[in-house]
Design a protein around this ligand. Sequence first.
Ligand SMILES: C[S@@+](CC[C@H](N)C(=O)[O-])C[C@H]1O[C@@H](n2cnc3c(N)ncnc32)[C@H](O)[C@@H]1O
Length: 276
Amino acid sequence: MATENISAQEYEAFCRFLREACGIVLGQNKLYLVQSRLRRLLDEEKLDGIGQLIDAVASGRNLRIKGKIVDAMTTNETYWFRDLQPYTMMHEVLLPELLERASQPLRIWSAACSSGQEPYSISIVLDEFFRGRPRLRREVEIVATDISPTMLARAREGVYDELTISRGMEQERRERYFEQKDGAWRVKGDIRKRVKFVELNLMKNFSNLGHFDLIFCRNVLIYFSAELKKDILNRIADSLKPGSYLFLGGAESMASYCDRFETIRYKGGLVFKLKP
Ligand SMILES: C[S@@+](CC[C@H](N)C(=O)[O-])C[C@H]1O[C@@H](n2cnc3c(N)ncnc32)[C@H](O)[C@@H]1O
């Protein structure tokens, strides 16, 4: 297996391929990352190095491999109620406002949902909110998208092992919203039913998803070029209903990428509201 011997040209060709396939921009010094992420794939496909991998994709011989490379190179790190603050803000500030004014149904988009913890956390917050305010109860649709078919399959299944469930899921919520299945934990039907999973590359047109009251686009733009961030944030703005909200990840900012949002601060966190 020859990942150790990547030439400068091969590394460059691979970076170009990855940027065009999924928007991820690899720096000069990320060769170690490419090597470690692709090692297993090269072994599985019995390919002798990145050159052969690029050839296989470029010649159109193997679309399946293209998906596998994107899967291997994307970071799927996620956990329940990540950073907590967006979920607190959603419960305490956004839902009361959105549910008073929203037309049916309320629509929420988890735009890079990985293995499902983000959309299911959103669904749990909704359940907790409605329990306390039955008068406001109404239909809610959560659309959860990701580029990775592997992550989406895991998310749809909604079954998590002990280690995965323990990352951010409190005991009380675990008992209320999950059932045990062969030593693992399965998201219960009501929480699952609200979430619709769809494969989607954020680089491509997503206007067919319709308009949303709230969008979570967290911990994915960080991998993209400034140009692509601008493009995606502007198209996200187009996908929000007037006066609706966007959460980015804790380490992500709006910077000068898009001036169509105002920043709202609450309890140490931020949400971006579409300007009128
Ligand atoms: C680090 S995870 C973030 C998961 C979740 N949003 C969170 O904050 O915990 C990033 C996800 O973005 C997805 N991703 C990467 N490039 C993408 C693209 N071009 N379009 C859509 N999803 C993409 C990956 O497959 C991965 O599941």
